[in-house]
Design a binder for this molecule. Structure first.
Ligand code: BES
Ligand code: MN
Ligand code: MN
Length: 467
């Protein structure tokens, strides 16, 4: 007993003094990464995405990782590195992503998305939270453990550059490199906590189906006076079709959509409802007079355990200055569906396509093109690794974290389970207010350093509990 206490006291002071001494450099190094615009969705940034992989590789080498390499894929590369201190000890695989979402709409940023600034305790830049900042916490925590001689087990790093576009090539890599990435558990910081004084650990992610719609009417844009009223307008028709995707209770009308949806027990729902939530504050930060969603479910249920269908973009016709009287030849939309346990992305894509094509009038032709997808996942909250993460957060936040299911998606997590049989621990430190994917994305300096502080405790407790 005394032994453990002495050793954790030593670890406490080692962690705290290392962070105190090096925190300015930790922030500066993160800013270097944030300066490289690694937008995976836009081919314009191709060389920058590759450059970011090089930068991550360099950081891993400097932190003390071995066998650091850039593994090519058919898309952007995966940065790999490891520190095997003893093959008999457990191995933790750290996953993260160095790619980011596009910065648009750029005019809404208060400072350049790739010119990080620190303001009011936050680091502002695209990727500050999602996921460069959170991924880099792991490299810095690893550096800390190497420098303070406190790494208690083996680590493998696998940092990809295509998470924001669906992780297809990482899926292939995982299937082909099972031996290379052999581990006991996966550790990921790419999610959030409820608040800085309410820690939480994510135990569920939704899946995703994403489609692009093209509606074609006449073979050219037409004068809306000469032809208006006599020819189908693809934009009007697209809107009518979209309106048929939900009923007045906000239930999705695609036949079969709910067939496989996991139904939580009343007890599970009651457990979920215990997580602190303030509806007025929720509306206030979004400047909303009211919320909107499926009848019979709370806000936190709607955004985590229930599936959704949302139009992400819709365009067509004349979008320039002034007025142009035209019936467009084409209309477009991008539609995403968030999926919950037991729904399968492939099946949902298929039934959506069938239904959407079936409601199209003969006056137009409709094409439904599937994009990337991802499967939903639930991770255990009774495993050794979860317990270690919980103890780590309890140590550094002074409060036991609450398990929560998130509405976001990280496609590879379900594959870690189905391909490798491995559970993930989603130990995130972001906040909903960090504006990930939005203008002015930021990450709290508090959260960044809290992550670096918490991660070494995860390793400590995980190794102790694994003995
Ligand atoms: N890190 C996010 C997912 C996330 C954020 C989960 C916060 C839980 C809490 C990830 O980078 C992401 O944005 N994923 C995409 C899916 C991907 C296939 C484009 C998403 O959820 O839209
Ligand atoms: Mn992410
Ligand atoms: Mn993201």
């Amino acid at each position: 007993m005394l032994d453990i206490k002495t050793s954790s006291l030593t670890l406490d002071s080692a962690i705290n003094s290392y962070i105190e001494t090096h925190k300015d450099r930790f922030i500066k190094e993160l800013c270097e990464l944030l300066r490289i615009p690694s937008v995976s969705a836009d081919p314009k940034y191709k060389s920058e995405v590759f450059k970011t992989a090089e930068a991550v590789k360099e950081k891993l080498v400097l932190a003390g990782a071995d066998k650091v390499e850039i593994c090519p894929t058919d898309g952007y590369p995966i940065v790999f590195g490891e520190k095997i201190i003893d093959p008999k000890l457990p191995t933790v695989l750290v996953y993260g992503h160095y790619d980011v979402q596009p910065a648009d709409p750029i005019e809404l940023w208060h400072s350049g998305p790739f010119e990080p600034v620190i303001k009011d305790g936050n680091i502002y830049a695209r990727g500050a939270c999602d996921d460069k900042g959170q991924m880099f916490m792991h490299i810095k925590a690893f550096e800390l453990m190497m420098q303070t001689n406190s790494l208690p087990c083996n680590i493998i790093f696998m940092i990809e550059g295509e998470e924001e576009v669906g992780s297809d090539n990482l899926g292939v890599f995982v299937k082909q490199n099972k031996e290379k990435i052999k581990a006991d558990v996966i550790l990921i910081s790419d999610t959030g906590i409820i608040a800085n004084d309410i820690p939480s650990i994510t135990v569920g992610l939704r899946g995703l189906t994403y489609v692009e719609i093209e509606v074609t009417g006449p073979n050219r844009d037409l004068h809306s006076g000469l032809y208006g009223g006599a020819v189908g307008n693809p934009i009007n028709i697209l809107c009518e079709m979209i309106a048929k995707l939900k009923d007045d209770k906000e239930q999705i009308s695609v036949p079969g959509f709910y067939d496989d949806v996991e139904i939580l027990t009343e007890q599970e729902r009651a457990e979920m409802a215990k997580a602190p939530f303030n509806l007025d504050a929720y509306k206030k930060v979004l400047d909303l007079f009211d919320i909107h969603g499926e009848a019979g479910y709370t806000t936190n249920e709607r955004n985590s355990i229930r599936p959704t269908l949302d139009v992400n973009g819709i365009w067509g016709g004349y979008m320039g200055e002034g007025a142009k009287t035209v019936i467009p030849s084409k209309a477009y939309a991008k539609i995403s569906m968030r999926l919950v346990p037991n729904q399968k992305s492939e099946k949902i894509t298929r039934i959506f396509k069938n239904y959407f094509e079936s409601i199209a009038p003969k006056s137009v032709t409709v094409q439904v093109k599937p994009h990337h997808g991802g499967e939903p996942v639930v991770t255990p909250s009774d495993s050794v690794a979860y317990k270690a993460a919980s103890m780590a957060m309890e140590t550094t936040f002074g409060k036991k974290p609450i398990p929560i299911r998130s509405g976001g998606s990280i496609p590879i997590v379900e594959m870690f389970k189905s391909e490798l049989g491995l559970d993930s621990v989603l130990l995130g430190f972001g906040l909903d207010s960090d504006a990930i994917h939005s203008p002015n994305e930021h990450f709290g300096v508090f959260n960044y350093l809290k992550g670096i502080e918490t991660i070494p405790y995860f390793y400590k407790y995980y190794s102790e509990l694994s003995k």
